[in-house]
Design a protein around this ligand. Structure first.
Ligand code: RUG
Length: 826
């Protein structure tokens, strides 16, 4: 553990209010070139960032110096997504200067909250996977580990979501239209990326066959570094994001010959690579451009790593000692093949030497069991875009099947077909996950249950071959962003109870459990929750004009929209309560506000229909006088990190209701529990471990287990059995067919019912319906007992220390990365 000083004043980059104020004013004049009277909020925000950066950049260069001096082993976290959110508040907290900055700005007549709102979210990710990467780099810096994140400098992050008559509309996200103060361009480290072309086989001087790739096109990768400030400011690592540019600004020859349009076309083609983040997790898409993106950032990153290594080494004998690379899902798998190519074709190593290195440096994290999310690329696509890499993949596969599979299962061609990296069929495909398992020295799932399923269901034969290769690292979240910065009053309460070291030692919160029964503490804890709910209520009103009652249960489901996450099961519960109220206007239920936040992949029709249905049902309920404010439904547009930071502290009930066996882990579940929300959830992903930590009596578990789900599907699940045997369920589903929620347009919400009946209900909503309704009834009853609810909320917050990302990083370090801590600034 790193020792973060007891008082903020002792943080290495501490400065007091007056010094901060001077610094902001100085930057307003000398960096922004403006004056107090003329400066708009953007200018003030940028001047504030410049004042912060004065400290950040010193930390960055100190860290750089320290790590180069010791020439130490470092982890390279390769991820197509980093969902960073905003950095201003986070950096202030991590440097220990939030309070002086707030007070300094106040003296300048500025409200720090409003100033922070000037910052666009850095939304370079889709959801859990990208946010996990962001939490991990925060923890790596906090713990003082030499680490670098590598990704893509997308011009447009995840789309901005608007609602038009309840329908999702996608708008481009422009996070750096007016410059971003946190990034530093590093033209001195530009890399060249070859693409397309053909491979020539020649005899080398040594009489050996050699391969020469003649690329058809070259693009440049320009690195942008985002400093990653660890809590306490001891280490400032970097996140290096690559932007694609044409190799030459435009082709002069073509231009001079009058081909201006052609030259521009080449530029546009190159720039397209880093133009957009693909707006879909869980399903591979975009084919050629997506594969090109993956290769582009892996190629740049590997060349960068090799360049840095070669500054201090003449040969590759120490490479595997110095370098470990974590592949965040299969998206960066091509990095393995690229390293083989660089070592063999460019550095002249033979196959066995190159393979010996590759086998030691790559580790792979699996994040999903959903078959459609396991990436496969057409062989033909590889042949076209990366012809040399396809040859290397063939060779890896050939050696694996002959040397490993044939030895373990002699004469068994069926198994060879089953385990081959190349899937045979009408269209031959490269199975990227198999390539990972064959080449990586460790493969981990992201929660205990998920890691077991990875072994048992996803890669059972590989597990038979290499049991020692498979491991688990349960996900975690950074308590700096997800408690200290987003819920400052609760953070203060913890400071008072257990001292101020909990942000780097979250297990300390266990002590809070001792106060769970104390009336006084319960009151303080719930008063903070209530304040957070009031704040969210104000935001909802400001954004959407809907009045919600902070006394009501705030029942929140925020995550990507997907059938397996079952937002439509939540909708069925809402419809059930609404129907009951209409049947009995005196129905005694606890008032609830159902709050959603979710983006649907633009091409995912049913997901968009679910958003529309929730919005339409919400419109009706919110206006219906008979409901008398007992129910409200709010779908907050444009869900993103910044919104999550406002919603999570205000949650009473956290909806984690995926079909068991489908959610690898979930991390929103951890954030809610840490902020004192109770979970209603299935035995899925990390819910299982949350239940272990908080105790069965402090969580609402319902539904089929993963084994029961499997069994049901195997034995022929028929959702109609549930529909016909449960009159209440039948009634609410039939309601969706009427025009009750969409006057004069019957059938607009029918697709949900059809997917659950004609579509076979692949995620077993109907099988879990009654159990969910019963669990929700229990929630209602429990909430009436204020002391009991408070105690349960406190127990949740106190007992989830395990789910901090520092623990996850420690697990990775012990099991996989084998790093040493080197905090740079003392
Ligand atoms: O769906 C998973 C979540 O369960 C998990 O918590 C998160 C981080 O491990 O990753 C999510 N995920 C999986 N995002 N994309 C994928 C598939 O590429």
């Amino acid at each position: 553990m790193i020792n973060v000083p007891a008082a903020a004043e002792d943080f290495p980059f501490y400065l007091d209010k007056d010094a901060f104020k001077d610094s902001v004013l100085n930057h307003l004049h000398s960096t922004l070139g403006t004056i107090e009277e003329k400066a708009n909020p953007q200018a003030w925000w940028k001047a504030t960032c410049a004042a912060i950066n004065e400290r950040v950049f010193v930390g960055l260069s100190e860290t750089h110096k320290a790590h180069s001096n010791i020439d130490t082993r470092a982890v390279h976290y390769l991820s197509l997504e980093f969902l960073m959110g905003r950095l201003t508040r986070n950096n202030l907290y991590n440097l220990g200067i939030f309070e002086p900055a707030r007070d300094a700005l106040a003296e300048l007549g500025l409200d720090i909250e409003e100033l922070c709102n000037e910052e666009p979210d850095m939304a370079l990710g889709n959801g859990g996977l990208g946010r996990l990467a962001a939490c991990f780099i925060d923890s790596l810096a906090t713990l003082g580990y030499p680490a670098i994140g590598y990704g893509i400098h997308y011009e447009h992050g995840l789309f901005r979501q608007e609602f038009r008559d309840g329908q999702q509309i996608e708008r481009p996200d422009s996070w750096r239209d007016y410059g971003n103060p946190w990034e530093i361009c590093r033209p001195e480290s530009i890399q060249k990326v070859p693409l397309f072309g053909y491979v020539e086989t020649v005899f080398g001087n040594d009489g050996q066959l050699r391969k020469i790739w003649h690329p058809g096109e070259m693009v440049r990768g320009v690195p942008w570094d985002i400093p990653v400030v660890g809590y306490g400011g001891h280490t400032v690592n970097i996140l290096r994001l690559w932007e694609s540019r044409a190799d030459d600004y435009f082709d002069w020859d073509v231009f001079n010959a009058g081909g201006y349009v052609d030259a521009q076309a080449e530029k546009s083609r190159a720039e397209a690579i880093s133009k957009v983040l693909y707006p879909n997790d869980e399903t591979p898409a975009g084919k050629q451009l997506r594969l090109t993106q993956q290769y582009f950032f892996c190629c740049c990153s590997l060349k960068d790593i090799v360049r840095r290594y070669k500054r201090r080494h003449d040969d590759f004998s120490q490479f595997a000692e110095q370098v470990v690379m974590q592949l965040n899902d299969t998206h960066p798998t091509i990095a393995i093949v690229e390293l083989m190519r660089l070592l063999i074709d460019d550095e002249g190593l033979d196959w066995d030497n190159a393979w010996g290195i590759c086998e030691k440096v790559f580790a792979y994290t699996n994040h999903t069991l959903l078959p459609e999310a396991l990436e496969k690329w057409e062989v033909g696509l590889f042949e076209n875009v990366l012809p040399r890499h396809l040859e290397i993949i063939y060779e890896i596969n050939h050696r694996f099947l002959d040397d490993v599979v044939a030895k373990k299962w002699p004469g068994n061609d069926e198994i060879k077909r089953e385990l081959s990296i190349i899937e045979e069929g009408s269209v031959r495909m490269v199975r990227m996950a198999y390539l990972c398992v064959v080449c990586c020295f460790k493969v981990n799932g992201v929660a205990q249950m998920h890691s077991e399923l990875v072994k048992k269901d996803l890669f059972p034969k590989f597990y038979e071959l290499w049991p020692e290769r498979f491991t688990n690292v349960t996900n975690g979240i950074t308590p700096r962003r997800w408690l200290k910065a987003c819920n400052p009053e609760l953070a203060q309460l913890y400071d008072d109870c257990v001292g101020i070291h909990w942000p780097t030692n979250l297990e300390m919160l266990k002590k809070v459990a001792e106060y769970a029964d104390e009336k006084d503490f319960q009151q303080k804890f719930m008063a903070i929750k209530h304040k957070n709910k009031q704040k969210l209520a104000t935001l909802i009103h400001d954004l959407m004009g809907i009045e919600v009652n902070p006394e009501a249960i705030f029942d929140i489901q925020i995550k990507r929209l997907h059938e397996y996450k079952r937002q439509h099961l939540n909708l069925l519960h809402i419809l059930t309560l609404y129907r009951r109220i209409l049947q009995d206007p005196n129905l005694d239920i606890q008032p609830r506000v159902f709050i959603f936040g979710a983006k649907a992949a633009p091409g995912y029709r049913l997901a968009k229909d679910i958003i529309f249905a929730i919005n339409k049902v919400g419109e009706k309920i919110n206006q219906d006088k008979r409901v008398a404010g007992k129910l409200k439904v709010v779908f907050m547009p444009n869900y993103r990190v910044t919104l999550a930071e406002k919603m999570i502290p205000a949650g009473d009930l956290s909806e984690q209701i995926s079909t068991a066996g489908k959610e690898a882990s979930g991390t929103g579940n951890m954030k809610f529990a840490l902020n004192g929300a109770l979970t209603i959830g299935t035995m899925d992903g990390a819910n299982v471990e949350i239940r272990e930590e908080v105790g069965d009596e402090n969580i609402f578990i319902f539904g089929l287990t993963a084994e029961e789900v499997d069994l049901k599907l195997k034995n022929g699940y028929n959702s109609r059995d549930y529909y016909y045997n449960n009159p209440e369920l039948k009634a609410v589903l039939d309601w969706l067919d009427s025009d009750y929620f969409t006057p004069n347009a019957p059938g607009q919400l029918s697709s949900i019912k059809h997917s659950l009946l004609d579509g076979g209900d692949p995620f077993l909503c109907l099988a879990d319906y009654q159990s969910y309704i019963d669990a929700q009834q229990k929630v209602d009853e429990t909430y009436r007992d204020k002391a009991k609810w408070a105690k349960m909320a406190i127990m949740n917050a106190a007992c989830v220390g395990k789910f901090n990302s520092d623990r996850s990083i420690d697990d990775y370090v012990k099991e996989i990365w084998k790093l040493k801590q080197y905090p740079a600034v003392q």
